[in-house]
Every structure is written in structure tokens, then in C-alpha cells.
Design a binder for this molecule. Structure first.
Ligand code: FDP
Length: 331
């Protein structure tokens, strides 16, 4: 039997048409899809072609750069640049903001080209995550360089590819969270709207439990009181863990590390990056009916970044669960 699946391309063109929007976003999304497809290609053959190891350099965050980090970063930069629609991009793999089409660009793109580095050596799921904000053409702001620091609630779209699974999830501002699957021709098809399940029996908890003793006393107490109610799952790559969460509900968290016996290892600001990790999943979660807050219990989407590589703590997932932990965080 022939199956007539709607393609991502058709879906997104219809979306722009329905909302009376320009074709520029289509060109940008085409670049993002092309980049993801290319990254996936290199990742799938990574072990075979000896591309899954370290590159030998260290990034600005003091972390070892992997060959795949460099490959994925270069691919994304190339296709974003050639779309001519991007004014500036922020990549986890570049200390500096990457200026592209300074005069004609319409969008800011914030991305982590390969999230979940501990999975790379094993070829296990990683993510290409991105958020998109629009240039303020009316601009009461000084110049392009000055207004790339946008809160998640100003993103027009955010999404992630879970590589190499061929699954892509995209949130569109006030228009839902959607999942697509790559078919045999590497075409993303079959838009399916994602809503977090209300059935608490399905809900899961996801965090690095080895860190529990380093969390704040309030968070440790919440874990003691609640952990037995839920199944526990942790893959160690935000995109993969969050992908599960969108289907099963529950909560993913990366709390502040404040009680580490070696004080130097404390991370009161959290580990994850606000602009290309936390805000990206927070927007997807909001569009799927969920919520996301930081250690202070404030909405992730309302945080105005002060710098492009800013870190944040993150609690993201089903609304009732986030409301519950927010009460503890706000105490
Ligand atoms: P990684 O350090 O392996 O690149 O921010 C990156 C990230 O992975 C997330 O993808 C993941 O959720 C988290 O960090 C894992 O951190 P831990 O190893 O501390 O659990």
C-alpha cells in the first residue's frame, strides 16, 4: 500500500502561508535541515571513519573538543551562512559570536551542534539543538551586535535533532511542538503534534543521580520524598533525555551543585547553557503543555541573558511537577 506522508517542507510552507509569514524562514529551516542531515551522515559512519575521537584541542569552556564537535560546528556554520538569512549565530563551539549577513540577515540562531559529548565515543544518541530569534527591524536598539542576547520567550522557533535516530522535534511560537521522522530518502515526514501526557503513571525522573549529594538541601529533600513515585531514566545527553520526556512526561533536571566536598567543583549557576540548551527545551516544553524553571523557581523563558554562553540551572517537564518543585525552590 502506498503511504502518503506529509513532508516537513510542505508542513512548514503551509505554516508560513497560514500565518501570513515570509519565505525567509523557509530558507533558514532548509539550511538547518540540510546541516542536520549532513551531521547525521558523519555521525553514523563516525566509528568506521575514525571520527569519534578527540580533536586534540580544548574549547573556551576548558572541555576537550571532539572531532565530531568540529565537524558538526563547521557544517552548521556553512549552511547557516549560505542561507544568507542569519545576521549572527552563537555556537557552543565558538567563543565569539559568529557574524554572518550583517546587513541583510533576519535571524539570530543559537545552537549546540553536538550536545551530549559523553555519548559520542559510543555512537549513542546526541543532539543538534537550536533556537531562533528574529532581528528587531523596527529597532530602538543601537546596532545588530547589541541585541542578540534574547530571552527564550522571544524565540520564534526552537528544535532538536536526536542523532542518529532520524527524529526531529520543532516548536513554533504559539503553534505547537511537532515531531518528524526521516524516511528512507532522508526526507523528514509525518508531522505529529506532541503534548505531554497527563497520566502520571508514565512520568519519569531524569537527572545525574551521582550528583544528588551535591544538590541544595531543599532539592535533596524533594528527591528523597518523590523519587520512589517515578521511573528513573538518564542517558546523559539532554536531547535524548528530553526526547523521552516529551513522550512520557515527568521532569528532567540539572540543579545547582552547591554541596560538593571539593568546593572548586561547585556549580551554583548550573551546567547547561541558557541560550542553546535550556531556552531551546523550555520553549519546546511550553508548546507541549509543560514548563521550565531555574533554581530560583523563575521561568527559564523569562531570563534575559547577559552573555551568550551563560549557564543556568534547569528543571523542565510536566507542569504539575514543575509547579511542585517551584514551591520548594521559592522557599
Ligand atoms: P555533555 O557534557 O556530555 O556534553 O551540556 C552538555 C551535557 O552533556 C548535556 O547534554 C547533558 O544533559 C549533560 O551535559 C550531562 O552532564 P553530566 O555528565 O554531568 O550528567
Amino acid at each position: 500500500m502506498v503511504q502518503f506522508e506529509q513532508t516537513f517542507r510542505n508542513f512548514i510552507m503551509r505554516h508560513q502561508e497560514n500565518y501570513n509569514r515570509s519565505y525567509h524562514f523557509l530558507i533558514l529551516m532548509d539550511a538547518i535541515i540540510t546541516a542536520a542531515t549532513r551531521i547525521e551522515l558523519y555521525y553514523r559512519t563516525g566509528a568506521l571513519k575514525d571520527n569519534l575521537g578527540a580533536s586534540g584541542s580544548t574549547n573556551v569552556h576548558g572541555e576537550k573538543v571532539l572531532q565530531m564537535d568540529e565537524i558538526a560546528h563547521n557544517i552548521v556554520v556553512h549552511y547557516l551562512n549560505s542561507s544568507e538569512r542569519v545576521i549572527q549565530a552563537v555556537s557552543e563551539e565558538s567563543e565569539e559570536i559568529i557574524t554572518m549577513n550583517k546587513d541583510g540577515g533576519r535571524y539570530f540562531v543559537y545552537f549546540d551542534p553536538l550536545d551530549g559529548s559523553s555519548n559520542v565515543a559510543h555512537g549513542l544518541p546526541v543532539g543538534f539543538m537550536f533556537g531562533i530569534a528574529k532581528r528587531n527591524f523596527e529597532g530602538n536598539i543601537q546596532g545588530p551586535e547589541d541585541f542578540h542576547l534574547r530571552a527564550g520567550n522571544e524565540f520564534i522557533a526552537s528544535g532538536m535533532f536526536v542523532i542518529p535516530t532520524g527524529m526531529f522535534t520543532l516548536a513554533l511560537h504559539d503553534a505547537g511542538c511537532w515531531r518528524f521522522h526521516a524516511d528512507e530518502t532522508n526526507t523528514y515526514v509525518k508531522p505529529t503534534r506532541i503534548m505531554l501526557p497527563e497520566d502520571t503513571k508514565k512520568w519519569e525522573l531524569s537527572f545525574n543521580s551521582a550528583n544528588t549529594y551535591t544538590f541544595g538541601d531543599n532539592v535533596q529533600e524533594w528527591i528523597r520524598e518523590n523519587e520512589k513515585k517515578f521511573t528513573f531514566r538518564y542517558l546523559g545527553a539532554l536531547a535524548g533525555d528530553f526526547h523521552r520526556l516529551l513522550t512520557n512526561g515527568g521532569m528532567f533536571m540539572y540543579p545547582a551543585i552547591v554541596n560538593h566536598p571539593d568546593e572548586k567543583k561547585n556549580r551554583p549557576q548550573g551546567k547547561l547553557r541558557l541560550m542553546y540548551e535550556a531556552s531551546v527545551v523550555a520553549m519546546m516544553c511550553k508548546e507541549a503543555g509543560g514548563a521550565a524553571v531555574n533554581e530560583e523557581g523563575d521561568s527559564i523563558l523569562d531570563i534575559n541573558p547577559e552573555k551568550h554562553h551563560q549557564r543556568t540551572t534547569l528543571y523542565v517537564g510536566s507542569k504539575p511537577m514543575i509547579e511542585d518543585i517551584t514551591k520548594i525552590l521559592k522557599k
